[in-house]
Each structure stands twice: as structure tokens, then as C-alpha cells.
Design a protein around this ligand. Structure first.
Ligand SMILES: Cc1cc2nc3c(=O)[nH]c(=O)nc-3n(C[C@H](O)[C@H](O)[C@H](O)COP(=O)(O)OP(=O)(O)OC[C@H]3O[C@@H](n4cnc5c(N)ncnc54)[C@H](O)[C@@H]3O)c2cc1C
Length: 303
């Protein structure tokens, strides 16, 4: 499989864009705001809540950072006027983190105020390790202003347990994921089972301390194990939700979870930046290539 993934990544730059679009399309909920909002409505109709993400990261000019911030702020208005069950999940590097602390803080506060205006929620995605500490600091600043904000901790990072120890309480809202970036083994677990084990430790600790947890994984081993523990420990359904990426084929499992009274939130990326994003993600995480091939086969076999 490793060889197939490697070969796919090597040929991507030479493939017509339309082919990459075809392959990436299950993961992307449209190009325009309108297209995406139609998809959000469809997901809501099936019982899913949504976290919206405009594709893109690491903007290099203030104009781009302002444009994205305004687009996100406007989405809160549109979510509210259409009465959708959706919140926003943003990358700080997309609203100017590389342009300096003051720029990103000011744009973040615009979004915090927009969320506050509509009594909605804002989550800060976690990017790669050079951004972790600043993301946590900015999360704290945002929280001082409005408590309905959340952050992400990555189970592969050694530091996440410490971060959680410091942050977790009844007002803390955390998404726990494995982590998607390539990190050095000095600071991150590489071993598959160790990441899973840490994922379980972090999720249990957060729940025990009363935090709200977004259990963001497609790994059924983790979902089943944690769900069993949640039921055994009578953790209320108001204290957690399952989260998955748009397009990952696990409808049956998710519908079952919803039927049993659980919240399931779909992370919905969209926007015109889909090509760069798809290629970058594929290069960063060759396993994605394997998932995509698996997806295509599932579609062909009609399962
Ligand atoms: C809602 C959500 C938000 C996230 N936010 C962040 C973030 O802020 N920062 C960050 O670093 N990472 C984030 N991630 C990515 C995460 O860290 C993992 O890289 C990603 O979810 C794959 O890990 P997994 O837990 O699904 O386990 P894996 O072991 O990678 O996957 C388990 C199984 O799920 C299936 N699968 C997994 N991913 C896919 C896919 N894309 N397509 C098809 N099948 C798939 C495969 O069958 C695989 O065998 C997020 C993930 C989710 C679901």
C-alpha cells in the first residue's frame, strides 16, 4: 500500500485538475458559500450538525487575511438567517497568523464577536507544532471575551497531555484528533497504537474533568472503545459529540450513533482553494491517497 500511495503522490502534479477534483470531490462541500450552505442543509436534514471550514491556510497578505475574516464573519449571519445547525472551525494561519500576532489577534476577535452576536460557537483548528503554543494563547484570549470557543488537541503530540491538564475544566471545549501533520519523533508519537492509547487517555481525562469533547476520528476501534466507556461511566450526551470529515464513508455507523441519541458533527471544508489544499494534504499525509482509492472502490462496488 505504501508503494501505491507513493506512486499516486508522484503523479498528482501531472494529472489534469479535473481528475484531482473528481478524486477530491467527496471531501469538499462546494466551491461557493451558496453551494456549501445547500450541503449543510442536506446534512442537517439527515440529523448531522456541521462545522464549516473555508479551505486555505497560511495567507501572505493582510488583504487576504481580512477577506477571509470577513467571509467567515458573514457566514455566521447566513447560518443564522437560514437557521442551520452549524458552527465554524478556522485555521489561525488562514486569518493572518504568519503576518504577526496583532494581525491574527485582531481578526480572531472580529470572529469571536461575530460568533457572540449570533450566540454561535467558534473552534480554532490545531495546525503544526510551531503554531501550537500561540494557538493555545490566542484561544485563551478569545475565551476571556466569549466562552463559547474551543480548541483542538492532537493525540500524537507528547505535549497534549500537559496542555489538557492545564486547560481542562467544565467550561473547556476541546476537539481531540490524532493529528494530521508530519512531526518529529522528538515531540510526537509515531507508533499507531501509542497514538490511539494517548487518544483514549486524553478523551477520558477531558470528560472526567467535565469538559465538552469533540471525538474527531474515523477509527472505529477508538469510537467503539470510547463509546463503551462513555456509556459505562454514564457521561451525558450533552458532554460530547462525534466528529468526522465530510465524505468519509461511514454513514451506517454514524446513523446508528445518532439513533442512539448521540450528536454527530460533520466537518465541512469548501472553497476555491480545494486544489492546493488537496494536493498539499496528500503530500503531507500519503495515507490519504490510500483512503481515496478505498473510497473510489467502495463507490464502484456501490457499498
Ligand atoms: C472533524 C475532524 C477535525 C480535524 N481537525 C484537525 C485539526 O484541527 N488538526 C489536525 O492536525 N488534524 C485534524 N484532523 C485530522 C486528524 O488529526 C487525522 O489526521 C484524521 O482524522 C485521520 O485519523 P483518524 O483518527 O481518522 O484515524 P486513521 O487511523 O487515520 O483512520 C482510521 C480509518 O478511517 C478511515 N479514514 C481516515 N481518514 C479518512 C479519509 N480522509 N478518507 C477516507 N477514509 C478515512 C480509514 O479507513 C482508516 O483506516 C481532524 C479530523 C476530523 C475528523
Amino acid at each position: 500500500m505504501k508503494l501505491i500511495n507513493y506512486l499516486i503522490i508522484q503523479i498528482i502534479p501531472f494529472l489534469p485538475k479535473v481528475f484531482v477534483r473528481l478524486v477530491a470531490s467527496p471531501y469538499i462541500a462546494g466551491i461557493t458559500d451558496d453551494e456549501m450552505l445547500v450541503n449543510v442543509q442536506k446534512l442537517n436534514n439527515k440529523g448531522y450538525e456541521v462545522a464549516i471550514d473555508i479551505l486555505g491556510e497560511h495567507v501572505t497578505t493582510q488583504e487576504e487575511a481580512t477577506e477571509i475574516t470577513e467571509r467567515y464573519a458573514n457566514l455566521y449571519d447566513r447560518i443564522s438567517s437560514k437557521q442551520l445547525d452549524a458552527n465554524l472551525s478556522i485555521k489561525l494561519s488562514h486569518i493572518g497568523q504568519d503576518l504577526g500576532y496583532d494581525v491574527v489577534k485582531s481578526n480572531l476577535m472580529i470572529l469571536v464577536n461575530a460568533a457572540k452576536k449570533h450566540n454561535n460557537f467558534l473552534r480554532l483548528d490545531m495546525e503544526n507544532s510551531p503554531y501550537t503554543s500561540e494557538t493555545i494563547n490566542l484561544y485563551k484570549k478569545a475565551f476571556e471575551n466569549y466562552s463559547n470557543v474551543g480548541i483542538v488537541l492532537q493525540a500524537y503530540m507528547h505535549r497534549s497531555k500537559d496542555d489538557l491538564d492545564k486547560l481542562a475544566n467544565e467550561k473547556f471545549n476541546v476537539r481531540i484528533c490524532k493529528g494530521i501533520y508530519i512531526e518529529s519523533e522528538d515531540i510526537a508519537y509515531r507508533d499507531y497504537q501509542k497514538i490511539r492509547d494517548n487518544y483514549i487517555i486524553l478523551t477520558k481525562e477531558a470528560l472526567i474533568k467535565g469538559a465538552y469533547v469533540g471525538i474527531a476520528t474515523h477509527d472505529e476501534y477508538l469510537i467503539d472503545k470510547l463509546y463503551l466507556w462513555i456509556k459505562e461511566n454514564q457521561i451525558p450526551t450533552t458532554q460530547y459529540e462525534f466528529q468526522i470529515l465530510h465524505g468519509v464513508p461511514m454513514e451506517k455507523k454514524l446513523q446508528q450513533l445518532i439513533k442512539e441519541g448521540n450528536k454527530v458533527r460533520v466537518y465541512v471544508p469548501y472553497g476555491d482553494n480545494w486544489y492546493d489544499y488537496s494536493v498539499r494534504r496528500l503530500k503531507e499525509n500519503p495515507k490519504m491517497a490510500g483512503y481515496i482509492i478505498k473510497n473510489i472502490f467502495i463507490k464502484i462496488l456501490g457499498r
